[in-house]
Write a protein that binds this ligand. Structure first.
Ligand SMILES: Nc1nc2c(ncn2[C@@H]2O[C@H](COP(=O)(O)OP(=O)(O)OP(=O)(O)O)[C@@H](O)[C@H]2O)c(=O)[nH]1
Ligand SMILES: [Mg+2]
Length: 201
């Protein structure tokens, strides 16, 4: 079973991107895709929102899957496999998730998703990119460094040249990642990410 992990700081556009990607991928027909939402708070807001769009959603809340809910992540993935046998699970982490811990948990304890079956997409909000590059915020540095795809989101709000500068900085931070400037809300430049997912799932 494949797992796509969508990370990114609070409000960077994870849920918006997830919805846009899944709507497009579902339009192919025949795909069995499931969303796993992790929220630190008591109520699953993003999960309820995605369900109104007809997506299959499982929620893990009241803790983060990188720490308190690491065990729940492993059991939930096994349960999803057993109950729904999806081709791919899309996990939206909380904005402060430590991706390195999640990968460690997966590698050590998860039997239903192999190490080569995980693709990570990290979102970075272009409006906050300068702030993030200037300050060494370990959680975000980690998300950027461990991502397969770096989605530089909200290009519709940026000033001329801002996306290019931020993309170059992201390429410097993680030369192996596929950097895609895009707008999840406007549906701009999602094609490179969709192509990558279609090839991979
Ligand atoms: N202008 C603009 N706004 C966007 C874009 N993508 C998302 N947003 C807005 O950014 C806000 C946060 O988007 P979400 O998708 O909820 O972000 P998130 O990362 O899931 O947020 P949390 O789960 O709370 O961490 C919402 O108001 C979205 O409408 C974009 O491409 N352009
Ligand atoms: Mg969200």
């Amino acid at each position: 079973m494949k797992l796509v992990i969508i990370t990114g700081f609070l409000g960077s556009g994870k849920t918006t991107l997830l919805l846009a990607l899944l709507k497009d991928l579902s339009s192919d027909g025949g795909r069995n895709l499931v969303v796993l939402e992790n929220e630190v708070g008591e109520v699953g807001i993003d999960g309820a929102y995605l369900e109104t769009h007809g997506l299959k959603v499982k929620e893990l809340y009241s803790g983060c899957v990188c720490c308190q809910l690491a065990g729940s992540l492993v059991t939930t993935l096994s349960e999803l496999r057993e109950a729904l046998d999806p081709e791919c699970v899309f996990l939206e982490t909380s904005g402060l998730a430590n991706i390195q811990n999640i990968m460690g948990t997966m590698e050590k304890y998860c039997e239903v998703v192999g190490p080569d079956e995980i693709l990570t997409i990290a979102l970075l909000d272009i409006e906050r990119s300068e702030l993030i590059f200037e300050h060494d915020i370990p959680v975000i540095q980690n998300q950027v460094k461990m991502a397969d795809v770096l989605a530089l989101n909200k290009t519709d709000t940026g000033e001329a040249g801002e996306a290019e500068t931020a993309a170059a900085e992201l390429e410097r931070m993680n030369p192996d990642a596929f950097v895609v400037p895009m707008s999840a809300a406007e549906g701009e430049n999602l094609a490179p990410i969709l192509d990558r997912l279609r090839e991979w799932i």
